[in-house]
Design a protein around this ligand. Structure first.
Ligand code: PFF
Length: 487
């Protein structure tokens, strides 16, 4: 096992070996915020808000976070902290301590499988980020050495050439696979080093840097872009735009963005010391995640409006539209580089949590060493990720689930994204809510939360009624879109 388990919070395992743990509450918060804040906030949230008309989507999203997301974050972290095991083992332990069947561990198992699958495509998108760091980095160095550090990005290219970069990247199999490989190697290397020496250290360096960059670029964007237009777009709701399909998308995005139903928070919760007060800590995680998503909108849309780009460009918004915007803006070369470094940090702290969720399971349930588990599981994820990368070129026409109307038109990348987002995360989150709301021992759960009085009643209501119904609805309408009026 890599890394000394010197953490003050480490607990004894059955074998008398110290279990790994965070060295402080701050370390946990940084790692958990790092897990939550990722491509979901900076790439997917603005994409979805742009495609779905802005304000009404954003408000509904915030409602989902507050009423369904936060109660679930607390539930997942407490399951981990009580069980002191991987997501499967922790869920089974709480079930056992509640006099229920260990079979409840199944939702932990589904979550672990989700984490495994999500990382296969997540790493491919993170690979695009690395490519753009390379492009912007060499562009900035060129500008610097030619004595013009405040040049616009890619000054020698025209907008068509800049657009064409993404298409060219998608067609370039060795380059796509190379970037995916680099990203997976970094993720595996950090996870193999262990909780304190790897995960915690990475989060402690990267998250503060991330926040500084986020503020700097947002201020830049507010001054150089169309800030008020962005504010109006993001915060003036037109509720006639809020179709059931869009609500469904908002709820699914809330789960993905807060890393719910995918074992990461249960696993990170299992390293939290018994004296940490969970409710304020979990609210902080949810609050930070949502704030970053909204700030990402305020960072990206003023720029998009300033150069009259299409807000509904879809998944290419960040990769194709923004470089064109940086092209025309003062200092765009430098800001573009910083922007992609920011996304890289966000993606890496999330991918670490995805791999850790699976590695913790292999360590505990299969008895593998941390480094063996990290390299083997990371290697498998890497291999499946190759199929996701090939979805943009050689295997664009491969349909894994062609018999299923929902996925009949989806390439491998979209199929894995869809099956996890539309089915597996909601199933795991639904079962978590039912388990905590109805089956787990009320005293044990209340003691773990430290909640009393009205707050306990409120949380119990949300987790027992509101969350299962809300999440159940995503699941139902995700699987049977034809049930949605107008969907
Ligand atoms: N929450 C991450 C994001 O918004 O990018 C993605 C993610 C990380 C999902 C960890 C699930 C997870 F367990």
């Amino acid at each position: 096992m890599a890394g000394p388990a010197a953490a003050s919070t480490g607990s004894q395992t059955g074998e008398g070996q110290k279990r790994e743990g965070w060295s402080s509450r701050t370390a946990f918060v940084l790692a958990a915020v790092g897990a939550a804040v990722g491509l979901g906030n900076i790439w997917r949230f603005p994409t979805l808000a742009g495609e779905n008309g802005g304000g009404a989507f954003v408000l509904f999203y915030i409602g989902c976070v507050a009423l369904i997301g936060l109660p679930l974050v607390l539930s997942e972290v407490l399951i981990g902290r009580h069980g002191r095991s991987d997501a499967y083992g922790s869920a089974a332990k709480l079930a056992e301590d509640s006099g229920r069947s260990r079979a409840w561990g199944v939702f932990g198992g589904i979550s672990i499988l989700s984490a495994f699958l999500i990382l296969t495509f997540y790493s491919v998108v993170a690979g695009w980020v690395i490519y753009y760091i390379g492009v912007m980095g060499s562009d900035f160095l060129g500008a610097l050495f030619s004595g013009n550090p405040l040049a616009g990005a890619l000054a020698s290219e025209n907008p068509q050439d800049i657009m064409a970069r993404m298409t060219a990247l998608f067609a370039d199999v060795p380059l796509l696979l190379g970037m995916h490989t680099v990203f997976m190697l970094i993720t595996i290397w950090i996870v193999a080093r262990g909780v304190t020496d790897g995960i915690e250290k990475a989060a402690t360096y990267m998250m503060p840097t991330f926040f500084v960059l986020l503020v700097l670029i947002t201020v830049y964007s507010a001054f150089t872009g169309e800030f008020s237009q962005a504010l109006t777009f993001l915060f003036t709701p037109d509720f006639s735009k809020l179709t059931p399909a869009i609500m469904n998308a908002a709820l699914g995005q809330a789960l993905f963005s807060m890393s719910l139903g995918s074992a990461a928070l249960i696993t990170y919760g299992s390293y939290v010391s018994k004296d940490t007060n969970l409710p304020p800590t979990t609210v902080m995680i949810g609050f930070a995640d949502t704030t970053v998503a909204i700030i990402a909108g305020l960072m990206i849309f003023p720029i998009v409006f300033a150069v009259n780009l299409d807000v509904a460009a879809g998944p290419t918004l960040v990769f194709q539209s923004l470089p064109i915007a940086f092209h025309t803006m003062p200092g765009g070369s430098l800001v573009g580089l910083l922007f992609f470094i920011l996304i890289f940090f966000a993606a890496l702290t999330s991918s670490i949590s995805l791999l850790e969720a699976v590695v913790a399971w292999a360590k505990t349930q299969l008895g593998w060493s941390r480094s063996f588990a990290s390299w083997l599981i990371g290697g498998l994820i890497f291999l499946i990720g190759i199929a996701c990368a090939l979805s943009f070129n050689m295997w664009a026409d491969v349909r894994l689930l062609s018999f299923w109307p929902l996925f009949a038109d989806s390439n491998i990348f979209d199929t894995i994204d869809g099956v996890t987002g539309k089915i597996m995360l909601p199933v795991a989150a639904f079962l978590t809510a039912i388990f905590i709301g109805w089956r787990a021992d009320k005293q044990v759960v209340a003691a773990e939360t430290n909640l009393t009085g009205g707050m306990l009643v409120l949380w119990r209501f949300l987790i027992a009624w509101f969350a299962p119904i809300g999440v159940g609805a995503i699941l139902l309408f995700g699987l049977f879109p034809q049930l949605l009026p107008g969907g």
